[in-house]
Write a protein that binds this ligand. Structure first.
Ligand SMILES: [Zn+2]
Length: 244
């Protein structure tokens, strides 16, 4: 089985939260990616290869979720090192403090090699939504981003990684051709094109752990949601129904 690391970042910078990786650490990771000798491609290109069953040797993917303003300079830093990436933007977050502005989104769209994907409209757990709500979350975000960028947005990353068969079907129906989950595992040739496994990098992830992922060391993503995830979903669905 060929393991493919699909790295997932959130913010990059000096904020004191778990989800923000420091500039120094990020630059170390960029160096680790370069040292790995792997070819970096976008999620869209990776999923194309998955679907065609093309060889996946020595590939890796770098992705970002949420559409934070710090992701624009990070994408530029990657591009300067010759590395493309995929950034998933939550469309209703545009213009909020700390998030990309519309102008920033357009600049992001101009970064060489970039793929901009949707991270839904409002960052809800999609797997607990009623059909109409789910449909709006996947379709309206796609339409808004396409309108702002003036080009197709073909990829989606599910907020919180929350997805089930129904969510994948709605995403496919909306015209997305690739999807990204979380799973905190390595992707591989039997991975699901509409729910690719990614490994979250936080401020607590050691540089050595990133290097290990880039050597292809770690758990492989499973094709089905794990039991624990399914259990949480029942709880979330009940909470959602109660409005808490
Ligand atoms: Zn998110």
């Amino acid at each position: 089985m060929t393991a493919v690391p699909v790295l997932l970042y959130h913010g990059i910078g000096e904020a004191p939260d778990l989800w923000t990786v420091s500039n120094r650490r990020f630059t170390e990771d960029v160096q680790a990616v370069l040292d790995s000798g792997r070819t970096i491609i976008t999620v869209a290109d990776y999923v194309n290869r998955l679907r065609r069953r093309s060889p996946l040797d020595d590939l890796a993917v770098i992705s970002f979720d949420d559409g934070e303003e710090s992701q624009l300079p990070a994408a530029v830093e990657l591009a300067e090192a010759g590395l493309p990436c995929t950034v998933y933007v939550t469309s209703s977050y545009l213009g909020r403090p700390g998030m990309l502005t519309v102008e920033g989104l357009r600049e992001l769209g101009q970064v060489p090699g970039i793929e901009v994907g949707s991270h839904s409209m409002d960052h809800l757990h999609l797997d607990v939504l009623r059909r109409e709500q789910l449909r709006r979350q996947v379709r309206d975000s796609k339409a808004r981003l396409e309108d702002l960028l003036g080009r197709p947005v073909d990829g989606i990353a599910y907020p919180h990684g929350a997805h089930d068969r129904r969510v994948l079907a709605e995403a496919t129906d909306a015209g997305y051709t690739s999807g990204a989950g979380v799973k905190n595992a390595l992707s591989h040739e039997d991975d699901v094109p509409m729910a690719v496994a990614r490994a979250t990098i936080t401020d607590r992830t050691e540089a050595s752990e990133v290097r290990a992922l880039l050597r292809g060391e770690g758990r492989l993503g499973e094709r089905r949601p794990r039991l624990r995830t399914q259990g949480y979903r029942v709880v979330r669905r009940a909470r959602h129904a109660l409005g808490v």
